[in-house]
Ligand binder design. Structure first.
Ligand code: ZN
Length: 506
């Protein structure tokens, strides 16, 4: 007797329907899984055999063949445990609950409990397109899909529960979708940080505001103890919340990497990987071609603290996404493309000893190591960073006197950022761009026009500083954001001058 049950897996951002056939035959008793299973999937037979036995089912001593189709797709995830167990139960004639419109998802424990899987949200959102009308999934992942109303969702706890359905004639309880907005409002992940908790640092705070408003990448250069990491982290407090559409897009991406235990959030991603991160961890890859940190930071911030501590090859990998906002990962298993449009936020010491160019302290680095240090930085990314500023240690005097004074808080800055973003939304309403930093060179002329006075000023500055073509465009987009913050339709000379001041001399 042959039975058919359906499951699915994600390959990059595409969902693939997997058909699971079970055939019981006369012959040498045993169970084999065919159809390009990975090692983890092949081991599933041990899991579901135990799970079935522990759920009170006798394993029939027959030749059992489980076929996963299409055979050409490598089955790398543990999504199919439940579907395989259900198919087997149907082949045994124990239950009859499945049909062609039910998608079964979940890993099984040895006791028959359902365990979470990667990519649930992505799979649930794609289920309708794959021709399904119902999804049975692990109830421990309810939070991840609680607001999805496009398809009927049935959370299940265990295999025993599924088996009893047929016996008792009952059915699984359908999940009632939650209204998304109610859940997400009022959640603030970064409540312990605020710009007002940092004394002075006016220029760095201004750069953070410009970065948040226009999505511009930012490098903070300063000696140890200048508070550059602390400053960098406060960028998270002045980023406007995501739209529902964007939150969905991002959560889908995140679900491909891991289980979303916190459910959905409207806070833009703020990812800060450690410098020991592997290439695959940052860029994406591995057997299941998971998205890496740069894709998890999509529409948010990728924070690389102590940039030069990162492996050079790893840094080189940032080039493509910084240019076109996507990353292509090629492995033996195939090729996938993920979005990776993030704001790069980084900090670094000015030199190996940490005090070069600083007013207090003399640099003790030798010229060769200094040169090497700068080369490491300038090669892959420096030219692609829009805002580069120096951060100095705050003198004790300021800490004592100024700190007592009122410092502008994140909420006030956020309201200006939100306004500047609204101008950009209007400007780019009929384009694929969101923020000024997304503009590519050909569009800069169209969206960042200069009047005669500004053009004259910029020409002279370009010659004086010997700007590269890329710097030229970057300065124009930053000036556009500064003008947006000033609520000015035109880019004026002061906006350009300020934008120019964020290019460091190295
Ligand atoms: Zn030094």
């Amino acid at each position: 007797m042959t039975t058919k049950v359906f499951s699915a897996l994600m390959f990059g951002l595409s969902a693939i329907k997997i058909e699971i056939e079970v055939d019981l035959n006369k012959g040498k008793p045993g169970c084999s899984i065919i159809g390009l299973p990975s090692r983890a999937v092949a081991e599933a037979k041990e899991r579901f055999t135990s799970a079935l036995q522990n759920s009170g089912i006798r394993i029939r001593s027959k030749k059992t063949v489980i076929n996963l189709a299409p055979a050409g797709v490598k089955k790398t995830d543990n999504n199919f445990d439940l579907a395989m167990a259900v198919a087997l139960l149907e082949a045994y004639g124990e239950i009859s609950v499945s049909d062609a419109t039910t998608l079964w998802l979940g890993e099984l424990s040895l006791t028959g409990q359902l365990r979470p899987i990667r990519g649930l949200l992505a799979l649930v959102l794609a289920a309708k397109k794959l021709g399904f009308a119902k999804v049975v999934f692990p109830s421990c992942q309810k939070k991840e899909v609680e607001f999805v109303d496009s398809i009927a969702l049935y959370p299940a706890d265990s295999l025993t529960q599924i088996i009893s359905l047929d016996k008792t004639g009952s059915s699984l309880a359908k999940l009632k979708p939650t209204i998304f907005l109610d859940k997400a409002l009022g959640r603030n992940t970064y409540s312990q940080l605020d710009l007002s908790l940092i004394a002075g640092q006016k220029r760095a705070k201004r750069a953070l505001e410009i970065s948040a408003a226009g999505g511009h990448s930012l490098l903070l250069v300063g000696p140890p103890g200048s508070g550059k990491s602390e400053l960098a982290k406060t960028l998270a407090t002045i980023l406007p919340p995501l739209s529902i559409e964007m939150a969905l897009e991002i959560s889908t991406l995140h679900s491909l990497n891991n289980v979303l235990s916190d459910g959905l959030s409207l806070s833009p991603p703020f990812r800060s990987p450690h410098h020991s991160i592997s290439y695959a961890g940052l860029v994406g890859g591995g057997e299941s071609l998971k998205p890496g940190e740069i894709s998890l930071a999509h529409r948010g911030v990728l924070f690389l603290d102590e940039l030069l501590e990162f492996n050079r090859t790893t840094l080189e990998a940032l080039r493509q996404p910084l240019e076109d906002g996507t990353i292509t990962i090629s492995r033996l298993a195939g090729q996938v493309k993920y979005p990776a449009q993030f704001t790069l936020l980084a900090t670094t010491n000015p030199c190996p000893c940490g005090v070069a160019g600083s007013a207090n302290g003399i640099c003790s680095c030798n010229p060769t190591s200094l040169e090497k240090y700068k080369q490491k930085l300038s090669g892959p990314v420096l030219d692609r960073i829009d805002l580069q500023i120096r951060v100095e240690k705050i003198p004790q005097k300021v800490l004592v006197t100024d700190y007592a004074n009122f410092e502008e808080n994140s909420k006030t800055v956020l309201s200006r950022v939100t306004k500047a973003r609204a101008y950009q939304a209007q400007r780019f309403s009929k384009t694929k761009f969101n923020l000024n930093a997304d503009l590519r060179s050909v569009f800069v002329k169209k969206y960042c026009p200069l009047n005669n006075k500004a053009e004259d000023f910029f020409l002279k500055a370009s010659q004086k500083f010997n700007l590269t073509a890329r710097s030229h465009f970057k300065i124009l987009t930053v000036a556009r954001t500064i003008a947006d913050l000033a609520e000015s339709e035109q880019i004026e000379v002061p906006h350009l001058a300020e934008a120019l001041s964020y290019r460091l001399e190295w």
